[in-house]
Ligand binder design. Sequence first.
Ligand code: NAD
Length: 355
Amino acid sequence: MLTMKEFIFPAIPTRVLFGCGTLSKVGAEIERLGHSKAMVLSTPFQAKDAEALAEKLGGLCVGTFTEAAMHTPVEITEAALVAFKGAKADCVVSLGGGSTIGLGKAIAVRTDVDQIVIPTTYAGSEMTDILGETSDGQKTTRRDPAIRPETVIYDSDLTLSLPLEMTMTSALNAIAHVVEGLYAPDRNPIITLMAKEAMQAFKAGLPVLMTDSQNLEARRQTQYAGWLCSTVLGYVSMALHHKLCHTLGGGFNTPHADTHAILLPHTAGFNAAAVPELLQPVTDIFGDTAGGGLWDFAQQINAPLRLKDLGLSEADLDKAAEMATQNPYDNPREFNRDDIRQLLQNAWEGIRPAV
Ligand code: NAD
């Protein structure tokens, strides 16, 4: 008989539309929220897409701001706020990956306006109440209900243009959310279900995209997996893996998705040694061990495997190990500076984890 422990399942109020061609529903969603003056946000790279969307929205859109950047720099948020207020906008439409979604959240938390988010990577910011911002080279992260977007529109057509390398690293970034969800102290049975489903969908979809990046069915499957991963991230707290990624990203400016992709097999293997039963779904889906299986999968999909290739030196690893162990951090396995230094060394060299 199933022994069910106590758990809490807080509902996430975000409205989700999933499909292909759903970009056409943005106007109706703006009106549904009671608004009529949207500002469309993007990075410079996706500016043309933002402008095309603004044109389609016609009278429902009062402008675009296309300067979103990685790690949500406060100076850019301030410039966006000037544009937002100047245009008398009443909501934001964030079209893009985690950088653009971060800018929308930063505007919303300062003005209390509604957000409609159209994610085009698998990074997974859209379903969360988390915002990380940088000011004077320091990244600070906070959680607040006002940060969580009101509406998320997944349109798998928009992921067809995601370059293959970014597709793979962004997917591993997403998988990291559910791997940590499996051992999160505030997890519940639905989190575990979503985690398994997400890993299976990525495992099925990503190898197809390797040889056929325009396969819409595989794009749909992987975006569905991305939604599940983002939802898990929106529900539970993260541990060692995310801490190390923030340390490297914030302290050494390593690229977000690549850092997650490279570290994941190592952090999963490290924790699997302490809680193998909680990480059993990872082993079942990816291979003989949690860390080894994830490393093999990353290799299969041509994802980067070595921190060395991100420009980090061994002296940087010393500093990173120090930074990541300065304050105690919730994790299923206890660790000290030497443990983390060794883990980083293995990831730097690209050694396949044994566990
Ligand atoms: P990103 O948003 O910076 O996107 C990377 C590049 O890819 C950008 O130039 C972007 O315009 C482009 N791009 C995005 N989608 C594309 C597509 N479909 N086709 C072509 N180009 C496309 O990268 P990311 O990895 O999505 O996001 C990383 C940021 O998100 C980091 O700052 C990270 O901290 C944040 N993040 C936050 C949370 C949260 O819950 N707060 C969660 C995950 C990530």
